[in-house]
Design a protein around this ligand. Structure first.
Ligand SMILES: [Mg+2]
Length: 323
């Protein structure tokens, strides 16, 4: 016990790069086989074709705040948001490269917890972190993951495959992550009332099983994951497919915690909150996974919103944008 406490004390600078790499090697297990793993100039493995590749970075002050999220949840989320993109393509994650730029005054215990979080979620989804890079940072913590995956079926799920006449579906519920972030930032509504929303924000669960089921479904159209809010992401899907989506506000599945905020705020969180990491997809006939039908694909462009069966104009409010 004393040894463990001592070994987790101090800062990153006290322990140094060699100890950091040793901590990485110790934690990143290998669910997928490797010919050459961490320790050489590169990793070597055999990969079935075709390969789907994604990357997602998380920057302190932009994507997370160390005051609101424990290190292990930040590590888990880094993996989850990448794997969500793999799921949206109808893939299964296999290998990943992890890159971290870390200020030297970071507590060593924080660094170890971050690595534990990355390792835990990677292991949970059966993925091998086979390499990457670590550097110092003069400012914020910067994290990046690049993930490779194999496709479940011959064809990837794409944003451009929606066809007129199909229904539009979304998995899970919407707005929980935005509510969780709002609670962490403001303390309102009371944090103890919405633990699942805080969990949705800190540690989203990628929809791997649903993505795999959709990629085997004969009726599937287009698919994408929801990272920037339904309004913005649905517009992207519509544009990629050259169609219009008529979406019914009354049919959107709210996160249960949204009952604690005003209806307007709940709608705002569902449409623009972002970071839901649910799957938005279109298809013909009943889908092969639990999902809510929220509208139809029609001819035209853009998004139309319905309330009580009638078209409504929503004030323009874009989802998250970095620039
Ligand atoms: Mg995505």
């Amino acid at each position: 016990m004393t040894a463990t406490l001592l070994s987790a004390a101090g800062t990153l600078a006290d322990h140094g790069e060699s100890a950091l790499i040793a901590a990485i090697v110790e934690r990143f297990t290998t669910p997928q086989p490797l010919d050459v793993g961490i320790g050489d100039d590169g990793a070597v493995f055999r990969h079935p074709q075709p390969v789907v590749a994604v990357a997602d970075a998380m920057m302190e002050g932009v994507h997370f705040d160390r005051a609101w999220s424990p290190a292990a949840t930040i590590g888990r989320k880094l993996v989850a948001v990448n794997v969500s993109d793999i799921a949206a393509m109808g893939g299964v994650p296999t290998y990943a490269l992890f890159t971290a730029s870390l200020p030297k005054d970071l507590p060593w215990s924080w660094v170890l917890s971050l690595l534990d979080g990355v390792a835990a979620e990677a292991t949970r989804v059966g993925m091998t972190v086979c390499g990457g890079d670590v550097t110092g940072s003069p400012g914020p913590v910067c994290l990046s993951l690049s993930v490779l995956g194999r496709l479940v079926s011959d064809k990837p799920l794409l944003r451009r495959s929606a066809r007129v006449g199909q229904s539009v579906y979304v998995t899970g519920s919407l707005g929980g992550s935005a509510l969780g972030l709002s609670v962490l930032q403001t303390g309102l509504p009371r944090a103890e009332l919405v633990p699942s929303a805080i969990e949705a924000h800190r540690t989203p669960t990628p929809r791997l099983r649903e993505g795999a089921a959709l990629s085997r479904w004969f009726g599937v159209g287009a698919c994408m994951d929801l990272s920037d809010g339904l309004a913005q992401d649905a517009s992207r899907l519509a544009a990629a497919s050259g169609v219009r989506l008529e979406l019914d506000l009354d049919r959107l599945p709210p996160h249960p915690g949204l009952a604690l905020v005003s209806p307007d705020r709940a709608t705002h969180f569902m449409l623009h909150g972002g970071e839901d990491y649910e799957l938005l997809f279109t298809g013909d006939g009943p889908p092969p996974c639990h999902a809510t039908c929220i509208g139809e694909v029609v001819a035209g462009a853009g998004i139309g919103w319905l309330r009580s069966g009638k078209p409504v104009a929503l004030t323009v409010d874009v989802g998250f944008s970095h620039f």
